[in-house]
Design a protein around this ligand. Structure first.
Ligand SMILES: Cc1ncc(COP(=O)(O)O)c(C=O)c1O
Length: 390
């Protein structure tokens, strides 16, 4: 790419208030981050249960490092697959009620691996318009026919399913939508899958840990796990990430045995990357147990969500979300940046989300709530937002 072309694009981003800047965090204490010498209450983290600083998880990783070292040394298929990875995969599949699971070093890689290997030119992907970028990139990598249905619009989806004549179909959805916080209607999507002989891919990056009485995500939330017949389960591919409520990093993809086997054979982003250090898998494994037993943390989070929604005065700024993601819709990138900067001055870090992450004219503050926040943190933030949006 030519220098002038880069400069022109950067200038355009700056002019439109779409230029992104990295914020460097120099220290973290529970719900606070130190940025540019100033402590801020952090409403920009996906650490919904506050597990990223859990002492037992840290201890599990530190003691595993002493046994297994700081690096896996190779990709999974060469010599990087350790018993720590294997035990984690077995535990995750059991907790989620699937045949098998596969551990990836990131959610982005999991999605690229699945779509890039299992879907082909002659297949069709039906994807919610607001799905995560990694699902869209996976679809592009697959070369499959890529249909996008209007957000949560099952009538539009069915219309597209009816018209398509591709043999293999897959419906793709976020469990909890990452910039809106609303949730997918898994029951209805699954019923369309049966009707049109399709599979269902659920990316539950923001649902696992938060939804369901045992924190097992959107499937448990919709009571599917209890009701899932083998026939239902065989149609679902369930992916959740490990860097949000789990507090560590990576992703797990759960599916039936033949799909996992195929991914191991053909999933290039899985095959050609160094395995994450085994000690991390041990920390994650403990975190999955803490999440299953984490009712108190979830109750704390739910209470914070309630306080937040009740104390925002202008209800039309809120979105339809029962989850930890509570966006405040502002509109223009300029006004959103300004509001975020004013909050920063008052000691609250709330990121401004702008296009292309969200549609034009829908820039917003993305407030992420956590079990780590106190009632006063939440009330302090809502008071500041109320003042700024009067
Ligand atoms: C819905 C969704 N899917 C996938 C990802 C990618 O996960 P990871 O950060 O582990 O690459 C993210 C997050 O960043 C996400 O929000």
């Amino acid at each position: 790419m030519k220098d002038e072309k880069i400069a022109k694009e950067i200038a355009f981003l700056k002019k439109e208030n779409l230029y992104r800047k990295i914020k460097t965090v120099t220290s973290i204490k529970r719900n606070k981050i130190l940025v540019d010498g100033k402590w801020l209450i952090n409403f920009g983290s996906n650490d919904y249960l506050g597990l990223s600083h859990h002492k037992s998880i840290q201890q599990a990783i530190i003691s595993a490092i002493r046994r297994t070292g700081v690096g896996a040394g190779a990709s999974h298929l060469i010599s990087g697959h350790h018993s720590s990875h294997e035990s984690l995969e077995i535990k995750a599949a059991k907790y989620l009620g699937f045949d098998q699971s596969l551990y990836f070093s990131s959610g982005y890689l999991a999605n690229l691996s699945f779509f890039g290997s299992l879907l082909k030119k002659e297949d069709a992907i039906f994807s919610d318009k607001l799905n995560h970028a990694s699902l869209n990139d996976g679809a592009i990598l697959s070369c499959a026919k890529f249909y996008r249905f209007k957000h949560l619009d099952l009538i539009h989806l069915e219309d597209l399913l009816k018209k398509s004549n591709e043999k293999n179909k897959i419906i793709v959805t976020d469990g909890v939508f990452s910039m809106d916080g609303d949730i997918a209607d898994i029951r209805s999507l699954l019923s369309l899958c049966h009707q049109y002989d399709a599979h269902l891919f659920v990316d539950d990056a923001h649902g696992y840990g938060v939804l369901g009485s045992d924190g097992q995500g959107i499937l448990e939330h919709t009571a599917m796990n209890k009701l899932l017949s083998k026939k239902d389960r065989d149609r679902i591919i369930y992916m959740f990430t490990l860097g949000k409520s789990v507090g560590v990093s990576g992703a797990i993809l759960c599916a039936k045995k033949n799909i996992i086997d195929f991914l191991i054979q053909k999933g290039k982003p899985y095959i050609y990357t160094t395995a994450t250090m085994p000690a991390i898998a041990e920390g994650i494994s403990l975190s999955l147990d803490l999440i299953k037993d984490g009712k108190i943390l979830r109750e704390k989070l739910i209470k914070n969500i309630q306080i937040f929604r009740e104390s925002i005065r202008k209800k039309n700024l809120l979105m339809n979300s029962i989850t930890a993601i509570q966006p405040i819709l502002i509109g223009s990138p300029e006004q959103t940046l300004y509001t975020s900067a004013c909050l920063l001055d008052q000691g609250f870090y709330v990121p401004a989300i702008r296009p292309p992450t969200v549609p034009k004219n829908q820039s917003r503050l993305r407030v992420s709530l956590s079990a780590n926040h106190s009632k006063n943190d939440v009330l302090g933030l809502t008071k500041a937002i109320n003042r700024l949006t009067r």
